[in-house]
Ligand binder design. Sequence first.
Ligand code: AMP
Length: 210
Amino acid sequence: MNLILLGAPGAGKGTQAEMISKHLNIPTISTGNIIRAALKSGTEMGLKAKSYMDAGQLVPDEVVIGIISERLKEEDCQNGFILDGFPRTIPQAEALDSMGIVIDKVIDIEVPDEKIAARMSGRRVCENCGTSYHLLYKIPREEGKCNECGGTLVQRKDDHPDTVLKRLTEYHNQTEPLKGYYEKQGKLFIVEGQEEVADTTALTFKALEA
Ligand code: AMP
């Protein structure tokens, strides 16, 4: 199954993607994680993306479209994949269509802006492998340490309150129109984000079976 997870930054797409990945045994492709990895290894693409990311802006379409078109050609994507954080603009969705990639379902995780701002202040990420945690909702076994690799958990620069507001504005202006785009194709499934991750996951799995 080829899936897209839509939703505002901080709506919990990454966590839901992880659950679906395990459930269906298909990889999650996160453009944010790919860009952060490129940044860490100091590639030209990573450095180019940094200023946009730090300012809470979207990276130019041609950069992320290039990343995705290369990544989806890899072997592990041939039986399905979950796109987390792509597409984020109409031109990105059109690029997927013109690559001949058929999307089966788009799951949109809806969380009100007020809740997002509060949630993002508790978000932490492993600086080594990129796994996400939350101080309230997804607590690591050992404080400040990643369950997967033991790496140090840090707050992303773009999760700071001012940047979060900018990212939400970008989301409403540029990404939200994708709901209409996929609704017209009959592929949109809306999941209301719940207080408990497990409750959101139950709704996500229901949407997968619908
Ligand atoms: P994420 O980890 O998905 O929240 O992405 C972090 C940041 O990476 C975003 O705020 C953007 O600056 C950039 N980014 C990730 N995916 C995209 C995309 N599809 N289009 C443009 N920018 C992106």
